[in-house]
Design a protein around this ligand. Sequence first.
Ligand code: PGA
Length: 253
Amino acid sequence: MRKNIVAGNWKMNKDHEGALSLTSEVVHMAGDELTDDVTLVIIPPFPFLKPVSSLLPEESHVFLGAQNCHWENSGAFTGEVSASMLASIGVEYVVIGHSERREYFSETNEQLARKVDAVLNQGMIPIFCCGEPLEIREHGDPYQYVTKQLTESIFHLEENEMAKVVIAYEPIWAIGTGKTATSDQAQYMHAALRKHIEERYGKDLSSRISILYGGSCKPSNAPDLFSCEDVDGGLIGGASLSSRDFVDIAKSF
Ligand code: PGA
């Protein structure tokens, strides 16, 4: 059985007080309204990781995630944060290769492969993001584009490592735009990605990998998206800034 995961990527939003109140609300509502078969991940900006973690009950199914990390453990990399630092404060998931990192910070597939290694080496779970831009969706081959991202950044992993990876398919034209992929478009790409993983790692492993959808996912479209056979949850941006919307999305399975 694959895990159903709903992860809230706050991006560069909230202040200290706002981070604490949003977390408390999510933890409270999740405790009252969600069953154990949904894993929630809260992904705040770096300065709020530790304060947010102090609000997560030990026995809960709400976990802490970070938005990025460097591939080295330590060194002269001003402004960067290492995977070992994140692990040392209880982070369990790390988003790697978000399209905003790829676009605004020029992260390459090769660098992302090193980041995935760093996260796994620290015993954390990478949420590896992939997805095609609009021009590829309209005039190119989204499947080729996205499978190349997987091949170049995660297909060097051994089977036992790959089994830990979570994938987020996020068509770039749907991120923060209000344009969501239809459930047919999402299912088509998720099934294709799973097939691509199967070709490299076999059916058993590919059937155990959670593949999340991201891109303008909200309470109104989550039930349709999450009902797709190969969609195992969501990586949520804007809607994760509202506790009500975030938990409602998690109730959509
Ligand atoms: P969005 O962002 O939900 O605001 O579209 C998704 C993401 O960037 O992960």
